[in-house]
Design a protein around this ligand. Structure first.
Ligand code: UDX
Length: 406
């Protein structure tokens, strides 16, 4: 099939290479000419396992362009553009703009919305463009995007036009994943409900972690393990820590809460999950103050980790960055080390070349991202306290672990 992919961010580029790897010709559209030129040479714009290899293996199956005209012969066009949350509300301007541009060159293609959008969006886009619109949300995680796209847990297809739904289903048939066929609105809501549920699961275990800290002998890691053995609960997304960040959970929870409010419903669990998550930063700062025995002004704090999770260079909505920002405001002298990121968008913060230097130049260390590289942080700490906000550094000496009762 000739398939267009509009928007070549994390999800767009991963979707494009997986589709090309399964025999489709993919026309990738994005606004940045340089990015298109680099992609055409086999150079991906971001780091993701298998991405470079698959891009190069399938270069002949690609056209990269900034011009929507290239979509005129496409049979299907995936929209994978950003849907940011602005002032707590979803901003659909990229989706509406991209869909109008597609409709100007090719009304006959099936328009597939992969971006996360609130229920009712597909219908609105269908009305504006006069095109057949299918909802096909994605559930890929950064760091395992290619694998998640090629081997998903499920494929959700929302369509009012049966033939168009069948066509999208056939594109993903190689995944052999269970398929749920439904209408556009359910498909759109499934994405929000899934992400919000996972975010709530993380906030839930973080509250249990707070309780564990007040109970000598209790350890949230053991409690989570015991809970996860119940197959109704499952062990995933029960890792207590500094809270969730990234490009999806923070924006999707806020968008769902505000969308529901507009409809006259309160998502009180989702709202609580957001609140618990933002309190994580203060919680860890309180632990650092306790370890220092005073406020943090003038204290040298070494922060290990800047990205929103391990295995990525993505800083979007990173809890580590929020922590660093707050520490700075309190007058702490902050130095950061991250295995991938060598610069952060916060002024007046030092970047250490190695984790050893970061630790050795600090009075207190906070582990803020779950990089495995930090598992031996205790080895270099001497008598300095380490606040292990990600439960990665083990339990020796001066390590104070989130969720561990003393
Ligand atoms: C997420 C969803 O998992 C994916 O389905 C959706 O399509 C996009 O958003 P991603 O943002 O890549 O994927 O990261 P994920 O691995 O889900 O982690 C999100 C955040 O939650 C990270 O900050 C991570 O540190 C945190 N997290 C995750 C926890 O604190 N505890 C956990 O148990 C799991």
């Amino acid at each position: 099939m000739r398939i267009g992919v509009v928007g070549l961010g994390y999800v767009g580029i991963v979707t494009a290479v997986v589709l090309a790897d399964h025999g489709n010709h993919v026309i990738g559209i994005n606004r940045n000419r340089q990015k298109s030129e680099q992609l055409a040479k086999g150079i991906p714009p971001l780091h993701e396992p298998q991405l470079k290899e698959l891009l190069n293996k399938n270069l002949r199956n690609f056209t990269f362009s900034t011009d929507y005209e290239s979509l005129k012969d496409a049979e299907m066009v995936f929209l994978i553009v950003p849907t940011p949350t602005v002032k707590g509300k979803i901003d659909l301007s990229y989706i509406t703009e991209a869909s109008m541009k597609v409709s100007e060159v090719n009304k006959n293609a099936i328009l597939v919305i992969k971006s996360t959008v609130v229920p009712g969006t597909a219908k609105m886009i269908a009305g504006r463009t006069g095109m057949v619109v299918v909802s096909n949300p994605e559930f890929t995680k950064e760091g395992s995007g290619v694998d998640d796209t090629a081997h998903p847990n499920r494929i959700i297809i929302g369509a009012s036009d049966k033939q168009a739904g069948d066509a999208v289903e056939s594109v993903w048939a190689f995944t052999k994943a269970p398929v749920l066929r439904t209408n556009n609105e359910n498909a759109e809501l499934i994405k929000y409900a899934s992400n919000s549920f996972l975010a709530a699961k993380i906030s839930f275990i973080n509250e249990i972690a707070n309780l564990c800290e007040k109970l000598p002998g209790c350890d949230v890691e053991v409690v989570a393990k015991g809970m996860g053995l119940d197959e109704r609960i499952a062990p995933y997304f029960l890792k207590a820590g500094l809270g969730f960040g990234g490009s999806c959970f923070p924006k999707d929870t806020k968008a769902l809460a505000s969308f529901a409010k507009e409809k006259g419903e309160r998502m009180s669990i989702v709202e609580a999950a957001i609140k618990v998550n933002s309190n994580r930063i203060d919680h860890v700062i309180a632990q650092a103050k306790e370890a220092a025995g005073r406020d943090l002004s003038g204290i040298r704090v070494g922060v290990l980790g800047a990205t929103f999770k391990e295995g990525t260079d993505d800083l979007r909505e990173s809890q580590a960055l929020k922590l660093i920002q707050k520490l700075k405001k309190m007058g702490a002298a902050v130095t950061v080390y991250d295995p991938i990121t060598k610069a952060i968008p916060i002024k007046g913060v030092g970047m250490a070349e190695t984790k050893e230097k970061c630790i050795e130049g600090s009075d207190i260390v906070i582990v803020a991202t779950e990089w495995k590289d930090f598992s031996d942080a205790g080895k270099y700490a001497g008598s300095r306290p380490i606040i292990d906000a990600r439960r990665i550094a083990g339990q020796s000496g001066n390590i104070r672990s989130v969720g561990l009762g003393k």
